[in-house]
Design a protein around this ligand. Structure first.
Ligand code: PMP
Length: 461
């Protein structure tokens, strides 16, 4: 035990000295988990503690950890062909592109990159160029929603609707506009959920018209806003947005970086809403995080406008590593596991179970709303259920650290500037066992219960 502790201290000291973490700043008594291994839905840290990873890393390890099939696929592919750029072609990319079209259930062509941000950047460039090449030369703007996250690069961040992630890095790419998200929990009193959602869709049309229809290239949205606090739209919303896009010649880009690959209980999130996007972007669950890979799926007839080699009509965009053969081989193995183990159906089943288990907890004094989309859940914490004031960050953090102390990793999302960093998030591996889900529910409930008991004690003190 002592050895593990001193080894951990050594790693933490070096971490503190050499490693610049994503998002979090450590130091001042806060230390990261140094994860040394993982199996199924569980990760182990350098001290030997085990945690159920109910965030699948960063919403991505859909098939769970420790899958030999995926490791073997990478190994075999690296031995036979480790790398070749997709300025030419290779078999794993061809096979994966075909497979993705099958999963998408539509007529698409696939462009590979390495990350969700890059997949979205490619989508924006394709949309602008397509509009230009069909004679719509002034269409360069994109409409997105506040609270949505679309990535960290200058265009994807511009599409993001969370001010706190942006204001230190502006000016970002220009031409990105935002509208109100369909946050049914905060709809005006007296309005039905559906009417409110349709009004939110109407806000998109208003922006398109007010900006000048001939200036708008596309609308980008996730099927459900994930990182911005799990905002799940009414079933009518996305269809209405699709109709608006069609009416005005605006491309509908669906960001499936989190909602794709079974997370929503269907293969892709938009399959829940019966829409046919013009462009679909995906990453994370594509390889379950085993290797970096992302894709931008583009409707075939849009792609056809890029095929005229006479002029500069081809897509003048390249990334060195996009569609790396080993990453494609891993993605194929990952999709095979999902098919063999019917993980899309399992996601729906486990999502329903989790939603049933948590439903009555909406009466908890600090829980304002519980929202789920397949095996993805957001629990919105408030300090006052009548005013819906967001719970203080200290309470949210306390719940998260109590969960961690009991071996459960959960997430926290929302929008800091707007005071909404108050949504607990759950996005466990789709291959979680029944026991994993039981542990998750039991631990979370016990922590939520303790929070109330402690608050009562606080009142009487
Ligand atoms: N879109 C969405 C919806 C995301 O959640 C993310 C990442 N969390 C991205 C895009 C960007 O992906 P990446 O971090 O791989 O660039």
């Amino acid at each position: 035990m002592l050895d593990l502790e001193s080894a951990t201290r050594e790693w933490l000291d070096k971490d503190d000295r050499y490693l610049w973490h994503s998002m979090a700043s450590y130091g001042a008594g806060k230390e990261p988990l140094v994860i040394t291994g993982a199996e199924g839905s569980w990760v182990t840290d350098a001290r030997g503690n085990r945690y159920l990873d109910a965030m699948s890393g960063l919403w991505c390890v859909n098939v769970g950890y420790g899958r030999e099939e995926l490791a073997k696929a990478a190994y075999e592919q690296m031995k036979s062909l480790a790398y070749y750029p997709l300025t030419q072609s290779h078999v794993p990319a061809i096979k994966l592109a075909e497979k993705l079209c099958e999963w998408l259930e539509g007529d698409y062509v696939i462009f590979f990159s390495n990350s969700g941000s890059e997949a979205n950047e490619a989508a924006f460039k394709i949309a602008r160029q397509y509009q230009e090449q069909i004679g719509e030369r002034n269409r360069y703007k994109f409409v997105s929603r506040y609270r949505a996250y679309h990535g960290s690069s200058m265009g994807a961040l511009a599409a993001t609707g969370q001010a706190q992630r942006k204001y230190k890095y502006e000016p970002l790419a220009s031409g990105f506009l935002h509208v109100r998200p369909p946050d049914g929990y905060r709809k005006p009193d007296g309005q039905s959920e559906e009417d409110f959602n349709l009004a939110c869709a109407q806000a998109i049309e208003d922006v398109i018209v007010w900006e000048g229809v001939e200036t708008v290239a596309g609308v980008i949205m996730e099927p459900a806003i994930t990182g911005g606090g799990v905002i799940v739209p009414h079933p009518s919303y996305m269809k209405r947005v699709e109709d608006i896009c069609r009416k005005h010649g605006v491309l509908l880009i669906i960001d499936e970086v989190i909602c794709g690959f079974g997370r929503s209980g269907r293969k892709f999130g938009h399959h829940n809403f019966g829409v046919k996007p013009d462009i679909v972007t995906m990453a994370k669950g594509l390889t379950s995080g085993y290797l970096p890979l992302s894709a931008t799926a583009v409707r075939k007839d849009i792609y056809e406008k890029f095929r005229d080699q006479q002029s500069y009509s081809h897509f003048r965009h390249v990334n060195t590593f996009g569609g790396n053969p080993a990453a494609c081989a891993v993605a194929l193995a990952n999709l095979e596991v999902m098919e063999k183990e019917q993980l899309v159906d399992r996601s729906r089943l486990l999502g329903e179970r989790l939603a049933d288990e948590m439903a009555e907890w909406v009466s908890h004094p600090y829980i304002g709303d519980i929202r789920s989309f397949g095996f993805l859940m957001g629990i919105e914490l408030v300090s006052d259920k009548a005013t819906k004031d967001p719970a203080p960050l200290a309470l949210v953090n306390r719940i998260i650290s109590s969960c961690k102390a009991q071996g459960l990793i959960i997430g926290k999302n929302g929008d800091t500037v707007a005071g909404f960093n108050n949504v607990l998030t759950l996005s466990p591996p789709l291959a979680s066992t029944d026991e994993d889900v039981a542990f998750l529910v039991r631990t979370l409930k016990s922590v939520l219960q303790d929070v109330v008991a402690d608050a009562r004690l606080g009142d009487s003190a």
